[in-house]
Design a protein around this ligand. Sequence first.
Ligand code: HGY
Ligand code: MN
Ligand code: MN
Length: 416
Amino acid sequence: MPRLTLAKATARLARRIEGLARVSDEPGATTRTFLSPAMRRANALVGGWMRSAGMSVTEDGAGNLIGRLGAPRRGARTLLIGSHLDTVRDAGRFDGVLGVLLPIAALEILKSRGVGLPYGVEVLGFSEEEGVRFSSAYLGSKAYAGLLGRSDLALRDPDGVSVAEAISRGLGRPFRRAGPAHPAGNLLGYLEVHIEQGPVLESRGLAAGVVSAIAGQTRARVVFRGRAGHAGTTPMRMRRDALAGAAQFALVAEALARKSPPLVATVGRISAFPGAANVIAARAEVSLDVRHPDDGARRAALGRLRAAARAVAASRGLAASFEVTQDNAAVACSGELTGLLARSVRSVQGSCPALASGAGHDAVVVSRLAPVAMLFVRCRGGLSHHPDEFVHRRDLAAALRIVVDFLGRMAVRSER
Ligand code: HGY
Ligand code: MN
Ligand code: MN
Protein backbone atom coordinates (compact mmCIF):
# COMPACT_ATOMS: atom_id res chain seq x y z
CA MET A 1 0.00 0.00 0.00
CA PRO A 2 1.63 3.32 -1.05
CA ARG A 3 2.34 5.72 1.80
CA LEU A 4 -0.67 8.01 2.23
CA THR A 5 0.62 11.56 2.48
CA LEU A 6 -1.11 14.10 4.72
CA ALA A 7 -2.06 16.11 1.63
CA LYS A 8 -3.70 13.12 -0.06
CA ALA A 9 -5.45 12.03 3.15
CA THR A 10 -6.75 15.58 3.66
CA ALA A 11 -7.98 15.82 0.06
CA ARG A 12 -9.78 12.49 0.37
CA LEU A 13 -11.29 13.56 3.71
CA ALA A 14 -12.59 16.76 2.10
CA ARG A 15 -14.09 14.77 -0.81
CA ARG A 16 -15.81 12.37 1.59
CA ILE A 17 -17.26 15.25 3.62
CA GLU A 18 -18.65 16.76 0.41
CA GLY A 19 -20.01 13.38 -0.70
CA LEU A 20 -21.70 12.67 2.61
CA ALA A 21 -23.34 16.11 2.59
CA ARG A 22 -25.30 15.02 -0.51
CA VAL A 23 -26.79 12.07 1.40
CA SER A 24 -29.95 13.83 2.55
CA ASP A 25 -33.66 13.43 3.18
CA GLU A 26 -34.23 16.82 1.55
CA PRO A 27 -32.99 17.39 -2.02
CA GLY A 28 -30.81 20.50 -2.27
CA ALA A 29 -30.16 20.60 1.49
CA THR A 30 -28.31 18.44 4.03
CA THR A 31 -30.84 16.90 6.40
CA ARG A 32 -30.49 13.50 8.07
CA THR A 33 -32.71 12.72 11.06
CA PHE A 34 -32.88 9.65 13.30
CA LEU A 35 -33.07 6.39 11.28
CA SER A 36 -34.34 8.22 8.21
CA PRO A 37 -33.65 6.73 4.73
CA ALA A 38 -30.74 9.15 4.34
CA MET A 39 -29.28 8.06 7.69
CA ARG A 40 -29.41 4.45 6.50
CA ARG A 41 -27.56 5.42 3.33
CA ALA A 42 -25.04 7.45 5.34
CA ASN A 43 -24.25 4.47 7.56
CA ALA A 44 -23.68 2.30 4.46
CA LEU A 45 -21.35 4.89 2.89
CA VAL A 46 -19.32 5.62 6.04
CA GLY A 47 -19.24 1.92 6.91
CA GLY A 48 -17.55 1.29 3.57
CA TRP A 49 -14.88 3.88 4.38
CA MET A 50 -14.35 2.28 7.77
CA ARG A 51 -13.83 -1.11 6.12
CA SER A 52 -11.31 0.35 3.67
CA ALA A 53 -9.37 1.58 6.72
CA GLY A 54 -9.21 -2.01 7.95
CA MET A 55 -12.02 -1.85 10.51
CA SER A 56 -14.74 -4.38 11.17
CA VAL A 57 -18.09 -2.60 11.00
CA THR A 58 -21.27 -3.20 12.98
CA GLU A 59 -24.44 -1.29 13.76
CA ASP A 60 -25.94 -1.47 17.25
CA GLY A 61 -29.58 -1.68 18.29
CA ALA A 62 -30.12 2.07 17.91
CA GLY A 63 -28.46 2.41 14.52
CA ASN A 64 -25.10 3.66 15.82
CA LEU A 65 -22.34 2.85 13.33
CA ILE A 66 -19.30 1.21 14.99
CA GLY A 67 -15.97 0.69 13.22
CA ARG A 68 -13.56 -1.42 15.22
CA LEU A 69 -9.80 -1.87 14.93
CA GLY A 70 -8.93 -4.71 17.29
CA ALA A 71 -5.98 -4.57 19.66
CA PRO A 72 -2.99 -6.83 18.93
CA ARG A 73 -3.14 -8.43 22.36
CA ARG A 74 -5.99 -9.72 24.54
CA GLY A 75 -6.91 -7.49 27.42
CA ALA A 76 -5.76 -4.27 25.74
CA ARG A 77 -8.11 -1.39 26.36
CA THR A 78 -10.03 0.57 23.71
CA LEU A 79 -9.98 4.22 22.67
CA LEU A 80 -13.31 5.56 21.44
CA ILE A 81 -13.30 8.31 18.81
CA GLY A 82 -16.51 9.58 17.31
CA SER A 83 -19.34 12.00 16.88
CA HIS A 84 -22.78 12.02 15.24
CA LEU A 85 -23.91 11.42 11.64
CA ASP A 86 -27.38 12.89 12.03
CA THR A 87 -27.86 16.59 11.28
CA VAL A 88 -30.19 19.50 11.93
CA ARG A 89 -32.47 20.57 9.06
CA ASP A 90 -30.67 22.31 6.20
CA ALA A 91 -27.41 21.65 8.01
CA GLY A 92 -23.79 22.31 7.29
CA ARG A 93 -21.39 19.61 6.06
CA PHE A 94 -19.06 19.39 9.08
CA ASP A 95 -21.14 19.32 12.31
CA GLY A 96 -20.75 15.75 13.62
CA VAL A 97 -19.43 14.35 10.33
CA LEU A 98 -15.93 15.74 10.90
CA GLY A 99 -15.64 13.77 14.13
CA VAL A 100 -16.42 10.49 12.37
CA LEU A 101 -14.57 10.86 9.05
CA LEU A 102 -11.39 12.49 10.39
CA PRO A 103 -10.41 9.59 12.69
CA ILE A 104 -10.98 7.18 9.78
CA ALA A 105 -8.49 9.23 7.74
CA ALA A 106 -6.02 9.30 10.65
CA LEU A 107 -6.17 5.49 10.92
CA GLU A 108 -5.66 5.20 7.15
CA ILE A 109 -2.50 7.32 7.45
CA LEU A 110 -1.16 5.09 10.24
CA LYS A 111 -2.06 1.97 8.25
CA SER A 112 -0.22 3.25 5.16
CA ARG A 113 2.83 3.88 7.36
CA GLY A 114 2.62 0.35 8.74
CA VAL A 115 2.06 1.75 12.24
CA GLY A 116 0.01 -0.52 14.49
CA LEU A 117 -1.53 0.65 17.76
CA PRO A 118 -1.16 -1.35 20.99
CA TYR A 119 -4.77 -0.62 21.93
CA GLY A 120 -8.16 -1.13 20.31
CA VAL A 121 -9.92 1.72 18.55
CA GLU A 122 -13.65 2.16 17.98
CA VAL A 123 -14.76 4.88 15.57
CA LEU A 124 -18.36 5.78 16.39
CA GLY A 125 -20.97 7.39 14.15
CA PHE A 126 -23.84 8.10 16.53
CA SER A 127 -27.30 7.81 15.00
CA GLU A 128 -29.01 10.68 16.80
CA GLU A 129 -27.44 13.63 18.62
CA GLU A 130 -29.29 16.71 17.42
CA GLY A 131 -32.70 15.85 18.86
CA VAL A 132 -34.49 17.08 15.73
CA ARG A 133 -37.08 14.31 15.35
CA PHE A 134 -37.94 13.67 19.02
CA SER A 135 -37.01 17.02 20.64
CA SER A 136 -34.57 15.19 22.89
CA ALA A 137 -30.89 14.93 22.01
CA TYR A 138 -28.30 12.16 22.35
CA LEU A 139 -30.61 9.17 21.73
CA GLY A 140 -27.77 7.40 19.86
CA SER A 141 -25.00 7.85 22.40
CA LYS A 142 -27.45 7.17 25.24
CA ALA A 143 -28.23 3.78 23.67
CA TYR A 144 -24.50 3.11 23.23
CA ALA A 145 -23.89 3.98 26.89
CA GLY A 146 -26.77 1.78 28.09
CA LEU A 147 -28.67 4.89 29.23
CA LEU A 148 -31.66 4.87 26.85
CA GLY A 149 -34.59 4.50 29.24
CA ARG A 150 -38.29 3.76 28.96
CA SER A 151 -39.15 7.47 28.93
CA ASP A 152 -36.78 8.00 25.98
CA LEU A 153 -38.30 5.07 24.09
CA ALA A 154 -41.78 6.50 24.69
CA LEU A 155 -40.98 9.95 23.22
CA ARG A 156 -43.12 10.66 20.17
CA ASP A 157 -42.27 12.61 17.01
CA PRO A 158 -44.71 15.12 15.45
CA ASP A 159 -46.40 12.20 13.62
CA GLY A 160 -46.94 10.37 16.90
CA VAL A 161 -44.32 7.69 16.19
CA SER A 162 -42.41 6.64 19.32
CA VAL A 163 -38.65 6.13 19.49
CA ALA A 164 -39.25 2.41 20.03
CA GLU A 165 -41.48 2.23 16.93
CA ALA A 166 -38.98 4.27 14.91
CA ILE A 167 -36.22 1.80 15.80
CA SER A 168 -38.34 -1.25 14.94
CA ARG A 169 -39.40 0.27 11.61
CA GLY A 170 -35.97 1.75 10.79
CA LEU A 171 -33.82 -1.23 11.72
CA GLY A 172 -36.36 -4.03 11.25
CA ARG A 173 -35.88 -5.27 14.80
CA PRO A 174 -37.14 -4.12 18.21
CA PHE A 175 -34.78 -2.23 20.51
CA ARG A 176 -33.49 -4.39 23.33
CA ARG A 177 -32.30 -2.33 26.26
CA ALA A 178 -28.79 -3.40 27.17
CA GLY A 179 -25.91 -2.25 29.32
CA PRO A 180 -23.08 -0.02 28.10
CA ALA A 181 -21.18 -1.10 24.99
CA HIS A 182 -18.07 -1.52 27.14
CA PRO A 183 -17.69 -2.46 30.81
CA ALA A 184 -16.11 0.20 32.98
CA GLY A 185 -12.31 0.01 32.95
CA ASN A 186 -12.02 -1.32 29.39
CA LEU A 187 -11.82 2.14 27.92
CA LEU A 188 -8.81 4.42 27.57
CA GLY A 189 -11.11 7.36 26.90
CA TYR A 190 -13.21 9.11 24.26
CA LEU A 191 -12.04 11.74 21.80
CA GLU A 192 -14.52 13.87 19.88
CA VAL A 193 -13.28 16.09 17.07
CA HIS A 194 -15.84 18.79 16.32
CA ILE A 195 -16.06 22.17 14.65
CA GLU A 196 -16.02 24.96 17.22
CA GLN A 197 -19.34 26.40 16.03
CA GLY A 198 -18.15 29.70 17.48
CA PRO A 199 -15.78 32.60 16.70
CA VAL A 200 -12.93 32.18 19.20
CA LEU A 201 -10.37 30.14 17.21
CA GLU A 202 -10.85 32.35 14.16
CA SER A 203 -10.38 35.48 16.31
CA ARG A 204 -7.16 33.97 17.70
CA GLY A 205 -5.90 32.93 14.26
CA LEU A 206 -5.64 29.30 15.37
CA ALA A 207 -6.76 26.08 13.66
CA ALA A 208 -7.58 24.13 16.80
CA GLY A 209 -8.07 24.13 20.54
CA VAL A 210 -9.25 21.82 23.30
CA VAL A 211 -12.53 21.94 25.22
CA SER A 212 -12.55 22.55 28.98
CA ALA A 213 -16.26 21.90 29.61
CA ILE A 214 -19.61 21.51 27.83
CA ALA A 215 -22.49 23.76 28.94
CA GLY A 216 -25.55 22.29 30.59
CA GLN A 217 -28.66 22.22 28.41
CA THR A 218 -32.40 21.98 28.99
CA ARG A 219 -35.05 21.63 26.28
CA ALA A 220 -38.77 22.07 26.90
CA ARG A 221 -42.05 21.97 25.01
CA VAL A 222 -44.27 24.96 25.98
CA VAL A 223 -47.92 24.76 24.87
CA PHE A 224 -50.48 27.58 25.03
CA ARG A 225 -54.20 26.74 24.75
CA GLY A 226 -56.88 29.33 23.99
CA ARG A 227 -60.03 29.28 21.89
CA ALA A 228 -60.39 29.11 18.13
CA GLY A 229 -62.56 31.84 16.59
CA HIS A 230 -63.40 33.68 13.41
CA ALA A 231 -60.63 36.11 12.44
CA GLY A 232 -63.17 38.53 10.97
CA THR A 233 -65.93 38.60 13.49
CA THR A 234 -64.25 38.12 16.89
CA PRO A 235 -63.48 41.49 18.56
CA MET A 236 -59.84 41.77 19.73
CA ARG A 237 -60.86 42.20 23.39
CA MET A 238 -62.78 38.90 23.31
CA ARG A 239 -59.96 36.75 21.92
CA ARG A 240 -57.95 33.97 23.60
CA ASP A 241 -55.29 33.75 20.94
CA ALA A 242 -52.80 30.93 21.66
CA LEU A 243 -50.40 31.92 18.87
CA ALA A 244 -50.17 35.50 20.11
CA GLY A 245 -49.43 34.15 23.60
CA ALA A 246 -46.70 31.86 22.26
CA ALA A 247 -45.15 34.71 20.31
CA GLN A 248 -45.15 36.93 23.40
CA PHE A 249 -43.47 34.15 25.40
CA ALA A 250 -40.75 33.83 22.76
CA LEU A 251 -39.96 37.54 23.13
CA VAL A 252 -40.05 37.33 26.94
CA ALA A 253 -37.59 34.40 26.86
CA GLU A 254 -35.26 36.30 24.53
CA ALA A 255 -35.38 39.43 26.72
CA LEU A 256 -34.70 37.44 29.88
CA ALA A 257 -31.59 35.81 28.36
CA ARG A 258 -30.34 39.10 26.91
CA LYS A 259 -30.33 40.50 30.45
CA SER A 260 -28.32 37.60 31.95
CA PRO A 261 -25.33 36.56 29.77
CA PRO A 262 -23.84 33.94 29.32
CA LEU A 263 -27.35 32.48 29.61
CA VAL A 264 -28.85 31.68 26.19
CA ALA A 265 -32.51 30.87 25.55
CA THR A 266 -33.85 30.00 22.12
CA VAL A 267 -37.31 29.40 20.70
CA GLY A 268 -36.44 27.57 17.49
CA ARG A 269 -39.80 26.16 16.46
CA ILE A 270 -43.39 27.40 16.73
CA SER A 271 -46.49 25.60 15.52
CA ALA A 272 -50.17 26.54 15.75
CA PHE A 273 -53.49 24.75 15.46
CA PRO A 274 -55.59 24.84 13.37
CA GLY A 275 -53.02 26.92 11.46
CA ALA A 276 -55.46 28.70 9.11
CA ALA A 277 -55.10 32.35 8.18
CA ASN A 278 -58.71 33.19 9.06
CA VAL A 279 -58.87 31.28 12.37
CA ILE A 280 -57.67 32.51 15.76
CA ALA A 281 -55.22 29.82 17.00
CA ALA A 282 -56.70 27.52 19.63
CA ARG A 283 -53.32 25.94 20.40
CA ALA A 284 -49.70 26.96 19.91
CA GLU A 285 -46.53 25.06 20.81
CA VAL A 286 -42.99 26.41 21.05
CA SER A 287 -39.68 24.63 21.60
CA LEU A 288 -37.41 26.12 24.25
CA ASP A 289 -33.63 25.55 24.49
CA VAL A 290 -31.86 26.96 27.57
CA ARG A 291 -28.12 26.76 28.25
CA HIS A 292 -25.61 28.04 30.76
CA PRO A 293 -22.10 26.94 31.85
CA ASP A 294 -23.34 26.93 35.45
CA ASP A 295 -26.10 24.43 36.30
CA GLY A 296 -27.52 26.50 39.18
CA ALA A 297 -27.92 29.54 36.94
CA ARG A 298 -29.56 27.43 34.22
CA ARG A 299 -32.05 25.96 36.69
CA ALA A 300 -32.85 29.41 38.10
CA ALA A 301 -33.46 30.69 34.58
CA LEU A 302 -35.78 27.75 33.90
CA GLY A 303 -37.82 28.71 36.97
CA ARG A 304 -38.15 32.27 35.67
CA LEU A 305 -39.13 31.03 32.20
CA ARG A 306 -41.74 28.67 33.62
CA ALA A 307 -43.20 31.58 35.62
CA ALA A 308 -43.11 33.79 32.52
CA ALA A 309 -45.15 31.23 30.56
CA ARG A 310 -47.75 31.16 33.34
CA ALA A 311 -47.87 34.99 33.47
CA VAL A 312 -48.32 35.35 29.71
CA ALA A 313 -51.09 32.75 29.77
CA ALA A 314 -52.85 34.39 32.72
CA SER A 315 -52.75 37.82 31.06
CA ARG A 316 -54.45 36.42 27.93
CA GLY A 317 -56.95 33.97 29.41
CA LEU A 318 -54.90 31.02 28.11
CA ALA A 319 -53.74 27.78 29.68
CA ALA A 320 -50.04 26.94 29.48
CA SER A 321 -48.05 23.72 29.96
CA PHE A 322 -44.26 23.54 30.28
CA GLU A 323 -42.82 20.05 29.71
CA VAL A 324 -39.06 19.48 30.05
CA THR A 325 -38.04 17.00 27.33
CA GLN A 326 -34.29 16.97 28.01
CA ASP A 327 -32.06 18.07 30.84
CA ASN A 328 -28.24 17.66 30.82
CA ALA A 329 -25.87 18.98 33.45
CA ALA A 330 -22.65 20.70 32.40
CA VAL A 331 -19.80 18.24 31.82
CA ALA A 332 -16.10 18.90 32.47
CA CYS A 333 -13.69 17.20 30.08
CA SER A 334 -11.00 14.93 31.56
CA GLY A 335 -8.01 17.03 32.63
CA GLU A 336 -5.54 14.23 31.96
CA LEU A 337 -6.81 13.22 28.51
CA THR A 338 -7.26 16.87 27.54
CA GLY A 339 -3.72 17.62 28.68
CA LEU A 340 -2.41 14.87 26.40
CA LEU A 341 -4.50 16.22 23.51
CA ALA A 342 -3.22 19.75 24.19
CA ARG A 343 0.34 18.49 23.76
CA SER A 344 -0.59 17.18 20.33
CA VAL A 345 -2.18 20.53 19.48
CA ARG A 346 0.92 22.43 20.62
CA SER A 347 3.17 20.09 18.64
CA VAL A 348 1.30 21.16 15.48
CA GLN A 349 0.42 24.81 16.05
CA GLY A 350 2.59 25.94 18.94
CA SER A 351 -0.15 27.04 21.31
CA CYS A 352 -3.39 25.46 22.51
CA PRO A 353 -6.37 27.46 23.80
CA ALA A 354 -8.96 25.78 26.04
CA LEU A 355 -12.54 26.75 25.18
CA ALA A 356 -15.87 26.14 26.91
CA SER A 357 -18.48 24.63 24.60
CA GLY A 358 -21.93 26.25 24.44
CA ALA A 359 -22.97 23.49 22.05
CA GLY A 360 -23.88 20.06 23.31
CA HIS A 361 -21.95 17.00 22.10
CA ASP A 362 -22.09 13.21 22.43
CA ALA A 363 -19.15 13.58 24.81
CA VAL A 364 -21.74 14.69 27.39
CA VAL A 365 -23.20 11.17 27.40
CA VAL A 366 -19.99 9.20 26.77
CA SER A 367 -18.45 10.93 29.81
CA ARG A 368 -20.62 8.52 31.83
CA LEU A 369 -18.53 5.65 30.36
CA ALA A 370 -15.01 7.05 30.05
CA PRO A 371 -12.86 10.17 30.41
CA VAL A 372 -13.59 12.49 27.48
CA ALA A 373 -11.54 15.04 25.54
CA MET A 374 -12.66 17.24 22.66
CA LEU A 375 -10.69 18.83 19.84
CA PHE A 376 -12.29 21.97 18.43
CA VAL A 377 -11.50 22.90 14.84
CA ARG A 378 -11.87 26.44 13.50
CA CYS A 379 -14.89 27.00 11.26
CA ARG A 380 -15.34 30.08 9.09
CA GLY A 381 -17.14 32.90 10.90
CA GLY A 382 -18.01 30.45 13.68
CA LEU A 383 -21.06 29.63 11.55
CA SER A 384 -22.84 26.31 12.12
CA HIS A 385 -26.29 24.75 11.80
CA HIS A 386 -26.19 26.53 8.44
CA PRO A 387 -25.40 25.30 4.90
CA ASP A 388 -22.46 27.73 4.66
CA GLU A 389 -20.63 25.98 7.54
CA PHE A 390 -17.00 25.62 6.35
CA VAL A 391 -13.58 24.35 7.43
CA HIS A 392 -10.54 25.34 5.39
CA ARG A 393 -8.45 22.54 3.90
CA ARG A 394 -5.40 23.70 5.91
CA ASP A 395 -7.38 23.34 9.14
CA LEU A 396 -8.51 19.83 8.16
CA ALA A 397 -4.83 19.00 7.64
CA ALA A 398 -3.85 20.49 11.00
CA ALA A 399 -6.58 18.56 12.81
CA LEU A 400 -5.53 15.36 11.04
CA ARG A 401 -1.91 15.87 12.13
CA ILE A 402 -3.06 16.51 15.71
CA VAL A 403 -5.15 13.32 15.85
CA VAL A 404 -2.36 11.18 14.31
CA ASP A 405 0.01 12.61 16.94
CA PHE A 406 -2.56 12.00 19.70
CA LEU A 407 -3.02 8.35 18.67
CA GLY A 408 0.75 7.95 19.04
CA ARG A 409 0.77 9.53 22.49
CA MET A 410 -2.09 7.26 23.54
CA ALA A 411 0.06 4.28 22.52
CA VAL A 412 2.61 5.25 25.13
CA ARG A 413 -0.07 5.96 27.76
CA SER A 414 -1.89 2.67 27.05
CA GLU A 415 1.23 0.64 27.84
CA ARG A 416 1.34 1.99 31.38
O1 HGY B 1 -27.66 21.72 19.98
C1 HGY B 1 -26.47 21.48 20.11
O2 HGY B 1 -25.80 22.06 20.94
C2 HGY B 1 -25.80 20.46 19.25
O3 HGY B 1 -25.63 20.99 17.97
N1 HGY B 1 -26.58 19.26 19.20
MN1 MN C 1 -25.29 20.39 15.93
MN1 MN D 1 -22.59 18.43 16.66
